[in-house]
Design a protein around this ligand. Structure first.
Ligand code: ZN
Length: 88
């Protein structure tokens, strides 16, 4: 995303390059936005759930994870929710 802004910024100082830099800069910004939405906060593989033990919201990734507040181990169920999990 910043690369796109930089290219457009350079275009301000090289007026003759604007016809070439503008599309490239726009594509760079668009690609940056797409990457942001693909890997950013809306990534559906990262779930924010309410911890069943301490009640605070925590982010979980993968099949096994732990609450970031109280370290309660949590396991993902086939339904996509998380349940407390006691390691054996
Ligand atoms: Zn917790």
């Amino acid at each position: 995303m910043f690369g796109g802004f930089f290219v457009m910024y350079a275009g301000v100082y090289n007026k003759s390059l604007i016809p070439y830099l503008l599309p490239v800069g726009s594509i760079g910004v668009l690609a940056g936005i797409l990457i942001y939405f693909r890997f950013g906060p809306v990534n559906p593989s990262i779930k924010t759930i309410e911890c069943p033990r301490c009640g605070r919201r925590t982010r979980l990734t993968g099949e096994f994870d732990a609450c970031s507040h109280c370290k309660q181990p949590l396991r993902r169920t086939p339904e996509g929710t998380y349940e407390p999990h006691v390691p054996s």
